[in-house]
Design a protein around this ligand. Sequence first.
Ligand SMILES: *[C@@H]1O[C@H](CO)[C@@H](O)[C@H](O)[C@H]1NC(C)=O
Length: 475
Amino acid sequence: MEQRRRLLRWWGCLVFAVALGTFLRETAAQIRYSISEEVNEGTVVGNIAKDLGIDKNELKARGYRIIESSIEPLFRFNEDDGFLYVRRNVDREVICERSSACVINLKTVLQKPLEIHYVGIEVLDVNDHSPSFSEREKRLEIFESALPGAKFQLQPARDADGLQFSIQQYKLIQNDLFRLEVEERGADRKTPFLVLQKKLDRETVGKHKLLLTAIDGGRPAKSGTIELLIEVLDVNENSPVFTQDAYRVTLNENVPPGTVVVQINATDLDEGANGEIVYSFGKEVDVSLKRLFSIDSQTGEIKVIGEIDYEQTKNFEIDVRATDKGPMPLFVDKIVTIKVVDLNDNIPKIEVTSFSESVPEDCKIETTVGLISVSDLDSGSNGKVSCFLPDDAPFSIYPSLQNNMYAIVTTSPLDRETKSLYALTVIAKDAGVPPLSSQKTITVVVSDVNDNKPEFPVGPQTFYIIENNKIDAPL
Ligand SMILES: *[C@@H]1O[C@H](CO)[C@@H](O)[C@H](O)[C@H]1NC(C)=O
């Protein structure tokens, strides 16, 4: 049973193959037509009856028809008049590849007797499309370090029309920086390039706008445009620059830690990290300076962190540096000069240079009994010291020829028998505002000299003698 069915199938195939051979033999020559795309519905494509050489009535009787491969045929055969008509819009760009001839082959059949005829209809292109870019604008980023001659490929425009109606040229709006170059990449593939003509400089102009136009080959030509937005990318080519030529400040000594001495400030024309600045001390700054001052890397503030003593250092010169954060950082150095202002913070000091242990009471007036020296670490009037003896005593203090030396001299005769010891308070006072002073007490001993005759006490002396006194007994 199964075997018989298989045999039957084989037999059927054989019959079909023979029939196909006959069929092909009966195929007649091709008929060719051409129409423009986008013609109106109902436009005549051609006269089938005439081309086949068969009367139109006979054509109808023989059952002429188009073997459709689509449910929405493009063409319609009118069996009453024997003509082929356009049935719906024929868009070449939909039907065909854009760069080759577009021919639609209709397979038609005469059924009695069986004949196949091919009708070739060439669809002619019309310039019904404009060139178009995939975007309305295109951003391009170009480093400002790009050299003249650098090429930047652009996305080509597309034009659905083929051949002569495709894009024929590109035009770039007139400008100094770029020119346009178009490369042919295979047939019908033009690729535009921007070619840099001169060096860009972001710091001068950071953005450029150019208009690129694609033009097709129609008459009149159709065109499409794209706006090219060129952003010039920064290259770290600018060093930081300090906003001041010199930083000179004064600073009182003894200021508390945390006092801001000065804020340095640098700017950098570059963008982003290339223009961000960090501040630091220069490489030469030694440890002792770093114990006294700090620098804020972000703000550039220099602050006191140690003890500023005028008597120790009157001027500081600090190397400071501003560095940008570029991949290859650029920097600039500057000197901050700090002049320390003296404050009256040192008390005058009194030192007894030489001193007589004692002075004879008969010494001459203006005898020097002692030499003292005074000193004050402060400068200017803060260190200008004067000395005096406040007590009422027969002594005076005079400045000597030597700086800051004073002599204590007698101003009147001394008398040990009246006063044998003087405690002299020397006061040294500076001229600061307010002044500072110190004092020292010096003891002067008046030594005895035989300056008095023996003398009897005044008035009558009464002596009493006990009777029967012994001879030689004292009275
Ligand atoms: C630094 O200088 C720039 C330019 O002069 C200025 O805009 C900025 O405010 C200054 N910064 C400081 C912290 O002074």
